[in-house]
Design a protein around this ligand. Structure first.
Ligand code: ZN
Ligand code: ZN
Length: 286
């Protein structure tokens, strides 16, 4: 989400809010989160990871994402400040034990600890021990860390995405940060399928009918759900091998200005539907 997209998202949410009844509590909550991230993103002005050109080429050829954690060096004081805001946002509506919020605050106060947990999250290592020691639900800890690092990761993604040769990457993970995709779109030109990174919002070209979460290439074991309306712009790709799903929007059919960060949120009904049918969000598996 570039700063410009972020502002458009917030403006759209504000317009919807004024049109009575259009913004649910769920969307308002996510709007607040996007606002925190958008403001933080506009304050991140120096992006350090900038590998030399031959290194970029080598990494991409070998399927190595451009930003390994050692080269991802956000200002940890800035990251902690965003983390504090995310905790305050979370605490407002949390029905979990107070111990959980206190545990998160303890991490926010401790810079080396926060960096250590961030490294584990970035590398996909379970956060079980960090979470258990502080009475925090592991999924909540992972979400809070991810939400806090997002503005910094978006900055990396904006800087480095133009370096990616889309015809050669085509992997199941992000060429910038190595994260999993959590949304997809079919482009306006040819209906080619692009994946969107759950962590840094980078977009990359992918095969139309291959599962983005497992090695399933058997078209018979893959399907997509659409709603009943012929004109629907949305679909959900589901995989009967790993039981993962990913939501997608067909830009050839969408007649409005599509803002992907917003589409993730407004399609919550599709998540419910896919999960009711026994599928799980493929990006949530760590
Ligand atoms: Zn990414
Ligand atoms: Zn699969």
């Amino acid at each position: 989400m570039s700063g410009e997209v972020g502002n458009k998202v917030l403006n759209t949410l504000r317009e919807w809010e004024q049109a009575e009844g259009h913004v649910t509590g769920f969307m308002r909550l996510h709007g607040e989160l996007l606002q925190i991230q958008n403001e933080a993103r506009s304050g991140v002005n120096v992006v350090r990871p900038n590998p030399a050109e031959p290194l970029v080429r080598d990494r991409l050829c070998e399927g190595v994402p451009l930003v390994p954690f050692e080269e991802f060096s956000p200002d940890w004081d800035e990251a902690r400040a965003v983390f504090e805001q995310i905790i305050a946002w979370f605490a407002k509506d949390s029905e979990g034990p107070q111990e959980e919020v206190d545990g998160l605050r303890e991490i926010a106060r401790d810079r080396p600890l926060m960096a250590e947990i961030a490294a584990a999250w970035y590398r996909g290592t379970p956060l079980t021990d960090f979470a258990r020691a502080r009475g925090i639900d592991e999924a909540i800890l992972a979400s809070a860390v991810g939400a806090s690092l997002k503005p910094f990761l978006m900055a990396c993604s904006e800087l480095l995405s133009p370096e990616v040769d889309q015809e050669t990457w085509r992997r199941k993970y992000c060429p910038i940060c190595g994260g999993k995709p959590d949304f997809a779109y079919l482009d306006k030109d040819k209906g080619a399928r692009w994946l969107v990174c759950s962590r840094c919002d980078a977009e990359w070209l992918f095969l139309r009918l291959e599962c983005p979460y497992c090695d399933n290439q058997d078209h018979g074991a893959m399907a997509y759900l659409t709603d009943q309306k012929e004109s629907s712009s949305y679909r959900v790709y589901v995989c009967d091998q790993c039981h993962g799903y990913i939501k997608a929007i067909d830009l050839r059919r969408a007649e409005w200005q599509v803002l992907l960060p917003l589409e993730r949120v407004v399609t919550a009904e599709l998540d419910k539907e896919a999960q009711a049918r026994g599928y799980k969000p493929g990006w949530a598996d760590r």
